[in-house]
Design a binder for this molecule. Structure first.
Ligand SMILES: [Zn+2]
Length: 453
């Protein structure tokens, strides 16, 4: 009777009591192994923990392994868990809800319709267990993030607001912060800068009040920085980004993936301020961290290569097109050619195309990317407004004033709508004033035709 046997016994009891019981399944040899459970036509109820653990491992697993590959394996465990839980415990049971939630996550990219139905089942089952609100808020948040990715922004908002309300009633600080973070990002995307600001600021107050130092609380500071950046308030953005960095370094270390995310935005601010030495320093740092933590084939590596080639071209000139085209192809195959990520990189390519004299390709890419983004972004999203105006200016610079006017009107109309919606925000009025001045200067003739105010 060694010491390890006693430890195993203690873990077995803990595993029986805790939902999921992750670590216990590994330590106790008697617990059936997930791969074996997968092979059984009718696995015993004892397989639940092993299957939950195996599905979770694919979800949070090694990011250097391709996500599609991990999720295909995870889906098999999740479906087996669903089959087992339905047979052993029935539809209305927490294990069945867990299984539906896993199935939804694993299939959401491949089959959004099935994912939506599975999220709805998980949420409905969780609603019937009033003593466990944590699960309900987790499923609601996952569903809200999923809807946001599908650009169903109003639906996403309603679901995330419910997640926040449930977490607030349950007094779960961590879940409240997570819900506020997702809601803040979504509202910023919708162009509702003030609403996002309010939601995130309350998150910061809560984190400070409860002295929460975690990756989530650091992300709330990061999101507030993004919120300021979307209003072109760069020094305010920088203040929050610096706080986010200090917290992230404490929580995860200065060479962590989370820290790399903060270096990305610090590089963006440096670019706005024209500090190209700092931009290069940040980009190299992000590249090194991602290469080490995510491996050479992760999609963000191609994005890093693209950004570094752009910076090299901006500071040293030369012909960056061959390098940029290769990186863009990799980005498109990783995220999908119609994804917001790929479209934004395609738009960035138009600047070097212009300087290399490839104007036909430049304008074709710009019009196509802006058209595709119109289907993905909200009309009053600050990013969308900028894209319309930039396309208008670009068309005008290429002697195509009639088309320029179409996009100028579209961007200007959305901007006016955005200002009306947020009339109480001095920051937005300031942004409007500056943008309007910029338009007047750039498109004086078109402005007079479009806006006889
Ligand atoms: Zn051009």
């Amino acid at each position: 009777m060694g010491r390890s046997h006693i430890v195993a016994l203690v873990l077995a009891i803990a595993g029986a009591m805790l939902p999921g019981g992750g670590r216990a399944a590994q330590a106790v040899p008697a617990t059936p192994d997930a791969a074996a459970c997968l092979m059984l036509p009718s696995p015993p109820p004892g397989c639940v923990d092993a299957l939950v653990q195996a599905a979770q491992a694919q979800l949070t697993g090694d990011p250097r392994i391709d996500e599609a590959y991990r999720y295909a394996i995870g889906e098999r465990y999740a479906r087996k868990l669903l089959q087992l839980s339905m047979a052993s415990f029935g539809e209305i049971h927490e294990h069945t809800a867990t299984a539906y939630n896993f199935v939804a996550i694993f299939v959401q990219k491949r089959d959004p319709a099935e994912a939506e139905a599975a999220y709805a089942r998980a949420i409905e089952i969780a609603r019937q267990a009033p003593d466990n609100r944590i699960r309900l808020t987790i499923y609601l948040r996952n569903f809200g993030i999923f809807l946001g990715r599908l650009s169903r922004l109003a639906d996403a908002e309603a679901v995330l607001r419910e997640a926040l309300a449930v977490a607030t009633v349950a007094r779960d600080v961590d879940q409240q912060l997570k819900a506020r973070l997702e809601l803040g990002w979504l509202l910023t995307r919708m162009g509702r800068t003030d609403d996002a600001h309010e939601i995130l600021l309350a998150g910061v107050a809560l984190a400070e009040d409860k002295r929460v130092l975690s990756d989530v609380s650091a992300s709330i500071y990061l999101a507030l920085g993004d919120n300021f950046q979307s209003q072109s308030r760069y020094s305010d953005a920088l203040a929050y980004y610096r706080q986010a960095l200090a917290m992230t370094v404490k929580v995860s270390g200065e060479n962590s993936r989370a820290a790399a995310d903060v270096y990305v935005v610090l590089g963006e601010i440096a670019a706005r301020q024209g500090n190209s030495a700092e931009v290069r320093r940040m980009q190299r740092r992000v590249y090194r961290i991602r290469l080490k933590t995510l491996g050479p084939r992760h999609p963000t590596i191609a994005a890093s290569r693209f950004n570094m080639a752009m910076t090299k071209w901006r500071t040293r000139g030369g012909n960056p097109l061959p390098e940029l085209r290769v990186a863009l192809k990799d980005i498109e195959s990783a995220y999908g050619a119609d994804s917001e990520e790929a479209l934004n990189y395609a738009l960035a390519l138009t600047h070097p195309l212009h300087s290399q004299g490839a104007h036909v390709e430049e304008l074709a890419i710009e019009a196509k990317a802006v058209g595709a983004l119109e289907k993905r972004l909200a009309r009053t999203d600050p990013g969308m407004i900028s894209k319309w105006i930039e396309l208008a200016l670009s068309l005008r610079n290429h002697e195509r004033p009639v088309e320029a006017l179409v996009y100028f009107r579209r961007g200007n109309g959305a901007l006016i709508e955005r200002i009306r919606d947020s009339s109480r925000s001095p920051a937005l009025l300031d942004e409007y004033g500056r943008k309007r001045g910029y338009f007047r200067w750039q498109v004086a003739t078109e402005w007079a035709v479009a806006n006889p105010e």
